[in-house]
Design a protein around this ligand. Structure first.
Ligand code: MN
Length: 316
């Protein structure tokens, strides 16, 4: 696949030696996978690279980062933002916002904030975008760790190749990756079968509190600050929790409300028939994809649930 803007990006990369790489706040599998893949690709091209991120928060994705630098000291010639729909979503840009900013993303609401923008909403993930770039640029001798990072990013953003953003192209890319790197079984196990007991228990609480509205088409549940305290978890341990609400027959839209101090953070998901991005935009702060988005609402859980239920009442 030919990526729009790829030649300009390649030339800009070729003309520079040192790069900082960052992704969105609360990085998910695609964000970590993309950062790791881009760092491996640039290193292979002979560049100096550091990841601007909190390595200790990588959780199950930590294995993708072995040997990569997080040392931000030194001078840098460009910042590469991955998987960020807007500039204010970039984590770790502070102090480096004077650098040329390369924006590589797949969010359809990306507002082209970069000096160079390579945004392809038809792709499943930013990792898939990096895969196509590596093919188009014919980067030789990429390490195994590059392919594993790309696969992990694609796997997590597509719900192990099951969500509506999974296309034939996604699967062909995944097939090419498996041909090169061998079985993806250990990547699946590392990501999906490596929960702590506490992470499993929080899923139990979320399931037991699930409520259905709109004739069973809307599923809502919540996590409180007290839950996190009792189980010794942080919001960084919450990735993927919302998706257990997907299992119920008839549910089209499901929303996990996460209590924060003074506001509620929402994970908003759709099974693929009903776009939810407009709902995210109707919240106090929100953005994302057609079928997966995040937002926040000021106030407490009860007020947030009222807003959610009344919004969807006539729309499902
Ligand atoms: Mn993504």
């Amino acid at each position: 696949m030919k990526i729009k803007g790829s030649k300009k990006l390649y030339e800009a990369i070729a003309s520079k030696k040192s790069f900082l790489i960052g992704a969105h706040v609360r990085p998910d599998g695609d964000a970590w996978g993309s950062m790791a893949a881009m760092a491996r690709l640039l290193t292979t091209l002979g560049k100096t690279v550091a990841i601007s991120g909190e390595r200790e928060k990588a959780g199950v994705y930590g294995f993708l980062l072995d040997g990569l630098s997080f040392d931000l000291s030194g001078s840098w010639e460009a910042f590469i933002a991955l998987d960020c729909g807007a500039q204010n979503r970039i984590a770790g840009l502070q102090g480096n916002d004077n650098l040329p900013l390369f924006n590589l993303d797949h969010h359809s609401d990306n507002n082209s904030f970069g000096t160079i923008n390579v945004v392809e909403p038809s792709l499943s993930s930013t990792a898939e975008l990096i895969w196509h770039l590596s093919q188009e640029w014919a980067v030789p001798s990429l390490p195994l760790a590059f392919y594993r990072a790309v696969y992990t990013g694609m796997m997590t953003d597509t719900g192990n190749f099951s969500f509506s953003n999974t296309t034939g192209q996604t699967l062909r890319a995944a097939a090419d990756l498996v041909d090169i790197m061998g079985s993806p079984a250990d990547l699946y196990a590392r990501v999906y079968h490596s929960l702590s007991l506490q992470q499993l228990l929080i899923r139990g609480r979320v399931l037991s509190r699930m409520r259905l509205y709109s004739r069973g088409k809307l599923g809502v549940s919540h996590i409180t600050l007290q839950d996190l305290q009792e189980l010794g978890l942080t919001y960084d341990d919450m990735e993927g929790v919302a998706d257990i609400l997907r299992s119920v027959d008839g549910v089209e839209v499901y929303i996990l409300m996460k209590e924060q101090k003074g506001s509620i953070r929402l994970s908003i998901r759709s099974k693929g028939a009903v776009p939810i991005r407009q709902f995210a935009a109707a919240c106090d702060e929100g953005g994302g994809h057609d079928f997966a988005a995040g937002a926040s609402l000021r106030g407490g859980l009860e007020k947030a649930e009222d807003m959610i239920v009344s919004y969807w009442e006539d729309r499902l």
